[in-house]
Design a binder for this molecule. Sequence first.
Ligand code: SF4
Ligand code: SF4
Length: 226
Amino acid sequence: MEFVLRAFLNGADGVFIGACRLNECNYITHGNYHALNMVLLCRRILERAGLNPERLRIEFMSSGDGILFARVISDFVDSVKEMGPLGEGEGVSRDELRSRLEEAIRLVPYIKMAKREKLEKRLESRDEWEGHFTKEETDELFEKAASYYIEPDECRACMVCLSRCPVGAIAGGKKRIHVIDQEKCIRCGTCLEVCRFDAVRRISGGPVPPPLPEEERAVRGKGGKE
Ligand code: SF4
Ligand code: SF4
């Protein structure tokens, strides 16, 4: 999902994914079903970013389907040309598009966690494709993506959250109040789960307080007071 969104972030006007026919995957993982679900969700994410979801297409074919492949590709190229350059065709400014796609990319791990069951489902008929992920569901997904914040007075500098954060979004150290870099945070919630001192706050909908300035980060909470 991240690769697809990055392709658009880097200016691709369209992304085509060619997969083996459903039910003909050589591996027990049947990755083509997963790819299909990923594309269906990604198309909703593109829609949310203001892009035409038709810019992303997946088709299933075998290595013997040369004629079909050529037909599908030229049809896709024609339709992308008709849509125009990315964003311009939809009337979304370059900066706005960049910030929407960057936000989506940052949330990919959270999105994959939140939608894990549906992303693993095997959709057997085309009729199921359209409604598998809805626009409302995708909007809700983004709106519910909470931010996390460390309450300076509660932090005991135990460094557990720092060691468990999967993306290195927490700055801290011995006897230093820890702070979360909101730009790097992927909203996984691990810091909230692992903090034994109830110092991490989950913020939904409201603004996140600014991080403490570097020079004020000496621990001042209970226990760890200098
Ligand atoms: S926020 Fe919690 S887990 Fe992280 S350093 Fe502070 S006390 Fe430890
Ligand atoms: S929610 Fe916490 S653990 Fe997860 S990425 Fe953000 S700062 Fe790191």
